[in-house]
Design a protein around this ligand. Structure first.
Ligand code: INI
Length: 157
């Protein structure tokens, strides 16, 4: 039988940094609420969570990197909403946010979660920010805890 490692979503003792974009704040506030509720439900203490607001999704990776390199975060979550209908540079903003978050995770070894909605319009964004398609912020919080946990398991296996 191979060794099998699985993460869990027990957040006790874990420290989490959240970078959240002010652009499309109507949506990102809902994503943040979803993330905070989920972290609390999973046992992460309020005092172990730091939220940093940034202007837009383009700026998420650089602040995520600061969190990841601070030595004070076991996981970092990026939250934003890029809505195609409202921008001609959708692809550039969305690409920087996703590629940048991925690079921060790989470069630092700290799980850096992509909780950025990329949608065609506001209705789709609302659906995914606590509406009929769930809350991407809550999903991002679960992914952060599970990935931090499985990394710890790999490191101690
Ligand atoms: N930022 C977003 O987070 N979502 C968007 O939909 C968006 N639009 O539409 O342009 C957006 N733009 C701002 C961008 O993230 C930067 O803050 C800005 O370009 C300054 O670097």
């Amino acid at each position: 039988m191979p060794n099998e490692l699985k993460g869990d979503i027990n957040g006790q003792g874990l420290r989490v940094g959240i970078a959240v974009a002010r652009f499309n704040e109507v949506i990102t506030k809902l994503l943040l609420e979803g993330a905070l509720e989920t972290l609390a439900r999973c046992g992460v203490r309020d005092s172990d969570i730091t939220v940093a607001w940034v202007p837009g999704s383009f700026e998420l990776p650089v602040v995520a990197r600061a969190f990841a390199k601070s030595g004070r975060c076991d996981a970092v979550i990026c939250l934003g909403a890029v809505i195609r209908g409202e921008t001609t540079h959708y692809d550039m903003v969305a690409g920087q946010a996703s590629g940048g978050a991925g690079s921060v995770g790989l470069d630092t070894g700290i799980p850096t979660i992509f909780g950025v909605l990329t949608t065609e319009n506001m209705e789709q964004a609302l659906n995914r920010a606590g509406g009929k398609s769930g809350n991407m912020g809550a999903n991002a919080a679960l992914a952060a805890l599970e990935t931090a946990s499985v990394i710890a398991a790999v490191n101690t296996a």
